[in-house]
Design a protein around this ligand. Structure first.
Ligand code: UD1
Length: 366
């Protein structure tokens, strides 16, 4: 019998998509008490609240309201506030998701207080320490007591780093649970029609990684490439707040194409609907590499590396960095109709949360 609650921690947009299926599974089972802790890393309705409502996640029990800031400030604020919460009432374990600053800060606070840390989406590695997420992943995994991997590469990375095998479980991809649950209602949105676009008649673009948007020359170059691409295939570009700020700083820049549609960030359902009907997706998002693979939509990934190699090996992702020539080359393959298709990815079957809840129930009862 487990009496102390699990704390399920989420802070940023991709976390909410991973949190939802686990909450639903725990509610269904009723034997693992839990509380939802929102760090407040993301706070705008479109980045946070809309995900809670479309995914049916209950209101967080606690919101640490940390907001934005330099990564050191943001991480420190979460650490301080989460530790205080842990000291007020000790949970049975802390479950963290993915690789954002909230993931790192909360696992650090818990492990220093000897509270078991559970990492969902463990072991992913881009081997690129210039990405803040890579540092978050490596440190979180070292601190974790139970590590749930989404793909085989996660298991081999963890083993190579000396994490004992008994702590590692290959459970599949929890984002796919959300995707499967939500796809029918996402398709009901008819998002392309609302934007005046037909199915298969547009490209979807998202970018927010510091490596693409924080350097003026790179951002301008990418914007020019996609303005040109939009003359061949209309481009829809939901603009992440980080990217929006950077674009505002480019005072001399103007997009010169009527077919380049810059819109507000999308909620989860509109994002899935637009991905499903796109001819091609250009993105630097980790989650969208997985979603497009599941949906078998070409994904031209604006990164030099990926921590999700299965999306390249068996999926629809092609890594092109931010090099215009490589972007065009992959795009031309899509236009020519000879782009690769996705294969079946092991354990991406919509039952990941079920496996996680079963293992947690057994591990925490001991
Ligand atoms: C964070 C994650 C990244 C993830 C992304 C998804 C880290 C290190 N990065 O990046 O892995 O892919 O979330 O979106 O944790 N802002 C708003 N409203 C919000 C939240 C942020 O306007 O609700 C603005 C703020 O100006 C903030 C900036 O966006 O400074 C960046 O937010 P932050 O959480 O620091 O990082 P992301 O770029 O969103």
């Amino acid at each position: 019998m487990i009496t102390k609650p699990l704390y399920l921690v989420a802070g940023a947009r991709p976390n909410f998509i991973k949190l939802a299926p686990l909450v639903r599974q725990l509610q269904r089972q009723g034997d693992l008490p839990h509380r939802i802790v929102h760090t407040g890393q993301h706070y705008d309705y479109v980045m946070s609240g809309s995900f809670f409502s479309t995914l049916g996640i209950p209101e967080p029990d606690v919101n640490l309201d940390v907001g934005s800031g330099e990564q050191g400030v943001q991480t420190a604020r979460i650490l301080e506030r989460f530790e205080k919460l842990l000291l007020e009432a000790t949970p049975s374990a802390v479950v963290v998701f993915g690789d954002v600053n909230s993931t790192l800060a909360c696992s650090l606070a818990a492990s220093k207080l000897q509270i078991p840390v559970v990492h969902v989406e463990a072991g992913l590695r881009s081997f690129d320490r210039s990405m803040p997420e890579e540092i978050n992943r490596v440190v979180t995994d070292i601190l974790s007591d139970i590590l749930f991997a989404s793909e085989e590469s996660g298991v081999s990375n963890l083993s190579r780093e000396g994490i004992p095998a008994h702590k590692i479980y290959l459970v599949g991809n929890i984002m796919i649970d959300s995707l499967e649950d939500t796809l029918p209602s996402a398709l009901d949105r008819n998002t392309p029609t609302r934007l005046g676009l037909g199915s298969g008649d547009y490209a979807l673009l998202t970018m927010h990684r510091p490596s693409n948007v924080d350097h003026e020359e790179i951002l301008k170059c990418l914007m020019n490439v996609f303005a040109e691409i939009s003359l061949q295939l209309p481009v829809v570009f939901p603009v992440h707040p980080r990217t929006y700020q950077r674009l505002q700083e480019l005072s001399t820049y103007r997009v010169v194409s009527d077919h380049f549609h810059m819109i507000e960030p999308l909620d989860y359902l509109d994002s899935l609907c637009l991905q499903k009907h796109a001819r091609v997706v250009f993105t630097d998002s980790g989650g969208m590499q997985e979603e497009t693979t599941y949906l078998d939509i070409p994904c031209i990934t604006l990164r030099e590396n990926t921590e999700r190699p299965v999306t390249v090996e068996l999926g629809t992702s092609t890594l092109v960095g931010n090099d215009p020539e490589r972007i065009w080359q992959a795009f031309r393959q899509v236009l020519a109709g000879n782009y690769k298709h996705a294969g079946q990815i092991p354990l991406w079957d919509g039952r990941c949360a079920e496996r996680i809840a079963k293992i947690l129930g057994e591990a925490l009862a001991d």
